[in-house]
Design a protein around this ligand. Structure first.
Ligand code: BGC
Length: 901
């Protein structure tokens, strides 16, 4: 009996040893089992999981096969600690093919994992030459005022059993595709928005299950969208072209190995249907009486339809989609349906969001229900739409009278919390309306919460500001007649964004448009895709998106490829500044400056926080040069490192000469001036401490309020912390009166506002000409909340959290903060709690990384009840740790931590 028990335990033990180290979460080009990848060298990432601590990968083996199990690539055992972004190194990939891959790893304890589960990726068409399809456009004469949505269709036969089928498709305009009555995929507003005439994305869908033996039908509905709809505020439309069109290629492989390709060509038919009008800003008119029932099904009689025009548009700029498409996410039911003082019927969804409202309604044929959208109610409680400027945001549904009808718009979206409903037959009830949030499907990665309810609401608002403005392009706002990819906004928020969600592929895609739309002389447009013209470019802090975002992606995701890909664009922007400088001073041209800084009404004693625009441009110039040095170093471009190092010194010298007095005062005495000068190391070392003091004095002179605009705000608290004023940073963070982050929270905000005082203390609004309630820029404080308050950061020399820094900053009277981040290696978490003179710190470090952890105590620290000692630095104990979960306890005294840098 004892023998059996022993044998059983040994067997169990050996099972455990094997199952201890596992490989999970396989990604190809940052995506889970993607299809339609055109990269010649897709990159593989995986995570190690192990219950024990200090686990590092020492080797891996990667095997790639085809679906019929032929080996395409086998790496053999590679001695390497690299587990993210490993480029494909096998023979040339074939188009439209599925490749399977799996991996196993060895760790530093001599353990080998089992093989991972098999993941896959599928190549797309790989080359523009593989498009056999032809561009087709509607053959009828369009109503040039309403421009109803075209329907395009074709029928085809499948004679045999289908093994697999893929639809490759893109459009001029936005498309929705259908096969045999079913919608293809669940992506919205495809093909997304790029600089269409330079880069047009196509999508690939697995449509195997939608096909049937015999007759089939493929239908595509188009909307004007960004392609030819109204964009910006100058009545601009038809930016990329006048005519909508589609390019579609359906590739069917039968079980016997034969193939069939159905393409868009001259045999298709075109007509219009229910969607009578659709504009991104203005909304949609959907007349169910005009629906062509069954038009996407086989057997539909399209004999009355028009033919199509085959167009000779180029295909060589068509590229695969690299980012997650826009999808439907959270849904909201109204928290209240009520009559306003003006007698209007309004529903409140409790959350400002971007998307649309689904309507479920029953009525007579010809009844028309109008839905208007607004972000806020005015002081009197009435529906307020003036801040939408000319954007109408109205959806109109005309009923067919056939039972319960369901509607939602197809080619537009709205930014709203409230809707006003007109013409609803009967009583409007919660079950009749559902708000649906739309945004790019970037995985959620960050979580931040604390014992302070208002801060938690701030974090919520930051996240919803991000959700509502990451719609394939990082937009300034989702509601008024802009919704454009403002480069400055994207740049200031990019680092915070990378905490809340995995924005890697989202920005990789957008940065390619930044490069594509960059002017030949290096100027970077104010908005990308650029719909404002080449002259609208080269503004400091906006154009620097070209250098700042690639570097932030490198830090967050450890991606050197993005640096390599953007390098020429980064360089061109810096060269532009250099060529337009005199004596190394970049002080020319138009700049937005520290956009939306604090400016009191009727400012007689000069309290407006105006910062010299050229002082700002010199700081951003230096920062971009610094990022070139960093990037050139990573890419091993030693000559460039030298060149930019010399340039940087000259740029800083010129700054000191022009903008700093002999006594160490900046010519603009604003918070933003000191913040930028300190953050970008513009001042000689010996003058930095006093500059930080001046910054603090300035903050105090405003009764501990910030006065910074778009450009100063992201760095404000970081600079305070760096120079030992985390206590002041906390006071700013927790300030509840205007201007502050919590002022809008106290006013009931559910997203970040464009202005510090969108709604003034007396309830009135700032001018409607520029007053969005969903603008993420000021949400850039999120970066400080994660990196400093919770203390989760990456070291720059091992980016992407390969070498993690955990350094929480206790303060602000907070009792508890908990944050976590899903990195490519796994979860990083930091959670602190102070309670009755005691500090509790819980830290999670994923396998295959290491961490330097700073515990805010100098003695009597225990980990899991065992004493630990670290090197004492600046009032912290520093420990070098490997992967695992750690629970530290230490004595806590508020006085001791108040001043820690
Ligand atoms: C946008 C901004 C943008 C700015 C330029 C505004 O209209 O909404 O967020 O950055 O113009 O200063």
């Amino acid at each position: 009996m004892r023998k059996i028990v022993l044998l059983f335990s040994l067997f169990f033990l050996s099972l455990c040893t094997f199952s201890q180290l596992t490989v999970k979460n396989l990604l190809c080009d940052n995506l889970v089992n993607p299809i339609g990848i055109d990269s010649k060298q897709p990159r593989f990432s995986w995570q190690l999981h192990a219950p024990n601590r200090n686990v590092l990968q020492t080797a891996y083996e990667l095997v790639i096969t085809t679906s019929d199990k032929k080996t395409v690539f086998s790496s053999g055992k590679v001695s390497s600690g690299q587990s993210v972004h490993i480029p494909y190194a096998g023979k040339q990939l074939e188009p439209g093919k599925r490749y399977l891959w799996r991996v196993r790893v060895w760790d530093n304890n001599g353990k080998r994992s089992n093989w991972s589960e098999t993941a896959f990726w599928e190549t797309g068409l790989l080359e523009p030459a593989n498009w056999q399809a032809r561009w087709i456009e509607p053959g009828y004469t369009e109503d040039s005022v309403m421009r109803p949505s075209p329907l395009m269709r074709t029928g085809f036969n499948t004679a045999k059993t289908v093994r697999h089928a893929r639809l490759y498709i893109t459009a001029h305009g936005i498309y929705e595709a259908f096969i045999n009555g079913s919608r293809v995929g669940d992506a919205c507003l495809t093909p997304g928005w790029t600089s269409y005439n330079k880069r047009l994305q196509y999508q690939a869908y697995d449509v195997t299950s939608l096909l049937q033996k015999g007759s089939n039908a493929l239908g595509v509905q188009l909307g004007s969208g960004w392609y030819r709809g109204y964009l910006a505020w100058r009545n601009t439309h038809d930016v990329y072209g006048k005519n909508l069109g589609v390019l579609a290629q359906l590739q069917i492989t039968y079980t016997d190995g034969t193939t069939q390709t159905v393409i868009s060509n001259e045999n298709w038919k075109s007509s219009t249907g229910a969607v009578q009008y659709s504009e991104i800003y203005h909304g949609e008119i959907n007349d169910a009486r005009k629906d062509k029932a069954g038009w996407t099904k086989p057997g539909y009689d399209d004999s009355g339809w028009s033919g199509v025009r085959v167009a000779d548009h180029p295909k060589d700029h068509i590229v695969a989609t690299v980012n997650e498409p826009i999808k439907r996410h959270e849904t909201f039911k109204p928290i209240k349906i009520f009559k306003t003082p003006n007698g209007e019927l309004v529903a409140d969804f409790g959350q400002n969001l971007t998307g649309y409202v689904e309507l479920s309604v029953q009525g007579k044929s010809g009844d028309s229900v109008k839905i208007y959208h607004a972000e806020v109610l005015d002081a009197a409680g009435n529906f307020y739409t003036e801040n939408l400027r000319v954007a109408k945001q109205e959806n109109i549904y005309v009923l067919s009278g056939n039972g319960v009808e369901k509607f939602h718009p197809h080619f537009t979206f709205q930014g709203f919390r409230y809707i006003r409903v007109e013409g609803f037959p009967g009583e409007l009830k919660p079950e009749n309306i559902t708000a649906v949030a739309l945004y790019s499907g970037m995985p959620a990665t960050g979580q931040w919460s604390s014992s302070h309810q208002l801060l938690n609401q701030l974090q919520h608002n930051i996240q919803w500001g991000q959700n509502g403005n990451f719609l394939d392009v990082p937009t300034d706002c989702p509601q008024r007649d802009e919704r454009l990819g403002w480069t400055g906004d994207a740049q200031v928020f990019s680092r915070t964004a990378a905490f809340n969600r995995n924005v890697h592929s989202f920005f990789v895609k957008w940065m390619q448009d930044v490069a594509a739309d960059q002017v030949k002389d290096g100027r970077v447009p104010h908005v990308v895709p650029n719909v404002l013209g080449e002259g609208s470019s080269a503004a400091t802090g906006w154009a620097d998106a070209a250098t700042i975002i690639p570097w932030n992606l490198y830090l967050a995701y450890g991606d050197t490829a993005v640096l390599a890909r953007q390098y020429e664009s980064m360089k061109a922007w810096v060269q532009y500044m250099q060529q337009n400088s005199q004596d190394d001073l970049w002080n020319k041209g138009f700049h937005f400056g520290d956009w939306l800084f604090y400016r009191p009404f009727d400012d007689n004693d000069g309290r407006s926080a105006v910062t010299d625009k050229y002082l700002i441009s010199q700081c951003f110039y230096a920062n971009s040069v610094q990022l070139m040095i960093n990037t050139a170093t990573v890419l091993g471009k030693t000559e460039d490192v030298q060149m930019y190092t010399n340039l940087l010194q000259r740029v800083k010298d010129a700054f000191v000469k022009e903008y700093l007095t002999a006594n160490g005062r900046l010519v603009s005495g604003t918070q933003t001036a000191y913040v930028l000068a300190l953050n970008f190391d513009m001042l000689p070392e010996n003058l930095r401490a006093q500059a930080a003091e001046r910054l603090v004095q300035n903050i105090k002179s405003y009764n501990t309020h910030l006065t910074t605009g778009f450009l100063g705000t992201p760095y404000l608290c970081h600079v305070l912390s760096r120079f030992g004023y985390t206590d002041v940073a906390y006071q700013l963070l927790l300030q509840e009166s205007y201007p502050s982050w919590l002022y809008p929270v106290k006013k009931g905000a559910t997203t970040i506002w464009e202005r510090w005082n969108g709604i003034r203390p007396d309830g009135s609004f700032e001018p409607a000409s520029m007053n969005s309630f969903n603008h993420y820029a000021y949400g850039a404080i999120g970066d400080w909340m994660y990196r400093v308050v919770a203390g989760i950061d990456t070291y720059e020399d091992a980016p992407g959290y390969k070498h993690i820094k955990i350094q929480p900053h206790i303060g602000g009277g907070l009792k508890e903060v908990s944050a976590s981040l899903e990195t490519y290696y796994g979860t990083v978490a930091s959670q602190w709690k102070v309670d009755g003179g005691k500090l509790l710190l819980e830290v999670t470090i994923p396998a295959n990384t290491k961490a330097t952890v700073f515990i805010p105590a100098t003695s009597d620290i225990t980990e899991n009840n065992k004493p630990v000692t670290g090197t004492v630095e600046n009032g912290y104990s520093k420990l070098e740790l490997g992967s695992g979960r750690y629970t530290f306890s230490a004595p806590y005294s508020p006085a001791a931590v108040a001043k820690k840098p």
